[in-house]
Design a protein around this ligand. Structure first.
Ligand SMILES: O=C(O)CCC(=O)C(=O)O
Ligand SMILES: [Fe+2]
Length: 427
């Protein structure tokens, strides 16, 4: 009933940590005999590592060398190697957690998308040294093997700082929403739009159809779910270990008014009033098409998340601001925020992806606990977390609760929120 994790919880490691390097060494040592002629060394220097991994002025990173059957792994970077790369730790991390599975298309897409997120924080370059076929295959296997066990940086505040999201979290606390411009490329928008329309076209247009359960509908949705900026805001607001609450798309045609009046996304969970001070659910809306002017953008009532109440029936959109943003932007709001959507007057369609995340103990609208093993196997641990597969809920057996999972959740800081949630509605 629960899909088995491709990598046991106890084998998960942080990027470039001692445990990560130990596994690199083990993996290569097992294969070194089959590569008796290989002579190759690569190194990575990682700037701005999280302080719990490294502090002090000495450079942080690693060097891996395979010389005629001998493997050596060192926890320091070196320039005396065949391939040397230097990157910001948080900018490099999503590259390290992406499973390629031998697909160069994925590799190219990830290069494009994650470079966009790290433009001024120097992400790694994709140098392609010419290597003997068996060595190249071993290194590709090593990459995927490590990606499947590489966890996100647990220091959410560190991620906020180094992704440049400090102003966004302040806005999220104060106003209840924020917009991330240039969060995905025009090419990725094209891919998402094509997939969305493929899912929607089988249904009558403008009939309110939303394609749901997207994590089971293809790789682009899987990549969207673990968008590094979105995961950072979600972890900050909802605590580590948050879940995918719902993943669906909307196609709004001319004349369509999908969300008249106002609502909060807490309505679906019928959250009791007054709402708790901490956030239970949050929504990321991807503008696959422009959200501008008469395109039918979302409207929000700034600061209304602090009312701590459901929206009374009949509430109008008076006093709201429209969330206007170009394609490639992602809006992210607190689930208690009062919002709606405006009538689309322009011709054509507004295509959007709505990825909602919830706290680890909240019961999501969608259920991914039985997701295909193949899907889990091509994704990082952060994806399995979103599917609800590494918590203890529902996993008690005849012998008792799943203490391994309970222990993992406690150790990984699940449910712990990084920062205070901004001005209290009671203060
Ligand atoms: O489509 C919109 O503009 C708003 C949709 C909405 O209310 C939501 O995703 O929570
Ligand atoms: Fe909503």
């Amino acid at each position: 009933m629960f899909t088995e994790l491709p990598t046991p919880l106890g084998e998960r490691v942080e990027f470039a940590s001692a445990g990560w390097l130990k596994e690199v060494e083990r993996f290569l040592s097992e294969r070194a005999d089959a590569l008796p002629d290989a002579e190759f060394a690569f190194s990575m220097r990682l700037d701005n590592p999280p302080p719990h991994l490294h502090e002090g002025p000495e450079p942080f990173g690693f060097t891996v060398s395979l010389q005629r059957g001998a493997v050596a792994v060192s926890p320091t970077p070196s320039e005396a190697v065949d391939v040397h790369r230097r990157a910001d730790y948080n900018a490099a991390l999503p590259f390290a957690w992406t499973v390629h599975g031998g697909d160069d298309g994925i590799r190219a897409r990830i290069q494009r998308e994650y470079h966009l997120l790290a433009s001024d924080r120097y992400p790694p370059t994709d140098a392609h040294p010419h290597l003997e076929r068996r060595l190249a295959q071993t290194l590709a296997d090593l990459h995927d093997h490590m990606a499947r066990r590489t966890v996100n940086n647990p220091d959410v505040e560190h991620r906020i700082k180094h992704f440049g999201l400090t102003a966004n979290v302040a806005e999220l606390a104060e106003r209840g929403y924020t917009v991330l411009p240039n969060a995905f490329s025009a090419e990725f928008a094209d891919a998402l739009r094509a997939e969305t329309h493929r899912n929607h076209d089988a249904n009558p247009p403008n009939a309110g159809f939303r394609a749901t359960m997207l994590l089971k509908r293809g790789r682009v949705w899987e990549e969207a779910a673990v968008h590094p900026w979105v995961l950072t805001l979600a972890d900050w607001l909802l605590g580590r270990g948050c879940l995918m609450y719902q993943s669906d798309t909307i196609v709004k045609g001319a004349g369509l008014d999908t969300h008249p009046g106002l609502h909060s996304d807490y309505a679906a969970s019928m959250v009791a009033e007054p709402f708790p001070e901490f956030c239970l659910e949050a929504t990321a809306v991807w503008a696959i098409d422009d959200f501008r002017g008469d395109a039918g953008p979302t409207c929000v009532l700034p600061g209304s998340h602090r009312k701590g109440r459901q929206v009374p029936a009949g509430t109008t959109q008076a006093g709201t601001s429209t969330l206007e943003m170009p394609s490639g932007s992602i809006a992210f709001w607190h689930g208690a925020l009062w919002h709606g959507s405006t009538l689309r007057k322009a011709p054509g369609k507004r295509t959007s992806l709505h990825n909602a995340y919830s706290r680890n103990f909240v019961r999501p609208v969608e259920r991914y606990e039985d997701i295909d093993a193949d899907i889990l196997n091509r994704n990082p641990p952060a994806f399995a977390t979103l599917c609800g597969l590494d918590d203890a809920f529902g996993k008690s057996g005849e012998a008792g609760a799943d203490f391994a999972r309970l222990g993992y959740a406690a150790k990984a800081g699940y449910g712990r929120t990084a920062l205070p949630q901004g001005p209290s509605r009671f203060g």
